[in-house]
Design a protein around this ligand. Structure first.
Ligand code: SF4
Length: 447
């Protein structure tokens, strides 16, 4: 358990010197207990007290790094149970699992497929993060060869899966400089696995039949000198896994229960491809640090990356693009002008459809504090007057040789004012962005 302010105070020098920028040692102790400052801000604390107080200043969930130079992944050090309390900090790492029964010719194809699981959404590159390689039947040498080959063909960090320390050591021999994650230490093998984690300085997953056993095992492994631990939360029933993911997060953050103060790894178990995506989505939402999935079709992965992107955006920061005049394609003075809001999702959806239409177009983005079309209208964040002034500021009339603009169908009500007060000829566009290509093709003409 973390120390209270009073317990921390007992370990401080009690001189009230103010060198920590707090007026008294008690004030500093209270802030440290609330994790609003760090112990190194007091230059006078003794080494003995430091050891005692390290507990209080440590985050309730440890930060774990997997991989090194090219695509390292950080998980853990989360601070809240619910996104609206602050934000979730480190997006779930998504790993694709390969088994060692792949034939020689299949390995390249599979890894190439995995390397291609990258997409652009809302202006951001999104992709999977890791490749997990499971040992099933091969010998140590063959498994190590497969691991070496995958490492050579892909930049993603690896998760090595085998309960046998001798197999794991062979794989670490060819991959340890990439800081792979070792999966996993259990009741039978934990000493051997801990010794490998120490020797190769790699993070280690820990298994237990339930949270109690898991907590016991992390304690044993910590005593063996291993700090970088990932909790394997993995049950046959999705409901049990979900409960354990939730309980471990609660215990770590709310109760400051150190033996479970680590990020988690979990696996999908559903055999049906659709069900697997559903199960994976659940674990991304609550509270998978790493999710290992077998499915690697694009239609399975894109929804998972989308969910993750949504869950891990900061709810306190408007998801907005810069309000300005965007040129899509090789625009000319005859190009259409579409007006929209600066909510990222709205802008990138419109931009995507304009690109699909292959008709070079100006998009005039109006500042709406990151709200979409209807929300901005309901919240009084945009109006015909604001659009008119924005078009003037963006000097749209100087760019085009016509007098027409296209406004979203959902705010057709702006039309009359824009025409009467600002002199535009207004075309009311579709209500849904998906219909923009057809609209531009059939309705747009220079006036
Ligand atoms: S610097 Fe240390 S000794 Fe001085 S007031 Fe702060 S906590 Fe107390």
């Amino acid at each position: 358990m973390a120390l209270t302010g009073l317990e921390i105070y007992k370990n401080l020098p009690k001189t009230n010197c103010g060198d920590c920028n707090f007026p008294t040692c008690m004030a500093f102790a209270m802030q440290l207990a609330a994790k609003r400052t760090s112990l190194d801000q007091c230059p006078h604390v003794s080494e003995e007290a430091k050891a005692t107080l390290a507990e209080a200043s440590a985050p309730p969930m440890r930060l774990i790094k997997i991989g090194k130079d090219k695509n390292p992944l950080e998980i853990g050090q989360e601070t809240v149970l619910f996104r609206h309390q602050e934000k979730f900090h480190r997006p779930t790492g998504i790993a694709i699992k390969l088994k060692d029964n792949l034939r020689e010719g299949e390995i390249d194809k599979e890894v190439e497929k995995i390397n291609g699981l990258k997409f652009t959404r809302v202006g951001e590159e999104i992709s999977i993060n890791l490749i997990a390689i499971e040992h099933t039947t091969t010998g140590a040498e063959e498994y190590a060869r497969l691991v070496g080959k995958v490492k050579e063909k892909s930049n993603f960090p690896l998760i090595l899966i085998s309960p046998k320390p001798e197999i794991m050591e062979a794989a670490l021999g060819v991959s340890s400089e990439g800081n792979p994650l070792i999966y996993a230490a259990n009741k039978e093998n934990y000493e051997g696995m801990a010794s490998l984690a120490k020797k190769y300085r790699c993070p280690l997953c820990v298994e237990g039949k339930d949270l109690e056993e898991l907590a016991e095992r992390t304690g044993e492994i910590k005593k063996l000198g291993i700090e970088d631990i990932v909790l394997s939360i993995d049950s046959d029933r999705a409901m049990d896994t979900l409960q354990d993911l939730t309980r471990s997060r609660r215990l770590a953050l709310e109760k400051k229960f150190r033996p479970l103060g680590y990020p988690t790894i979990t696996f999908t178990t559903e055999k049906d491809s659709f069900q697997e995506v559903g199960q994976a989505t659940t674990y991304i939402c609550k509270y998978g640090g790493i999710l290992v999935i077998e499915g690697k079709k694009k239609w399975q992965i894109l929804p998972l990356l989308t969910v993750r992107q949504n869950i891990y955006t900061d709810p306190q920061v408007p998801n907005a693009v810069e309000a300005k005049l965007y040129e899509i394609g090789g625009v000319s003075s005859n190009s259409p002008v579409i007006v929209t809001t600066n909510f990222s999702l709205t802008y990138f959806t419109v931009e995507g459809e304009v690109t699909n239409s292959k008709i070079p177009t100006y998009i005039s983005v109006v500042e709406t504090e990151g709200l979409g079309v209807l929300n901005a209208y309901a919240g009084d964040k945009w109006s015909a007057e604001k659009i008119g002034k924005t078009l003037e500021e963006q000097k749209v009339k100087e760019k085009v040789g016509h007098n027409s603009i296209i406004i979203p169908g959902l705010v057709a009500v702006f039309r009359a004012e824009l025409e009467e007060d600002f002199g535009w000829k207004v075309l009311v566009g579709p209500e849904e962005a998906a219909r923009i290509p057809v609209f531009l093709k059939n309705e747009w003409k220079v006036n």
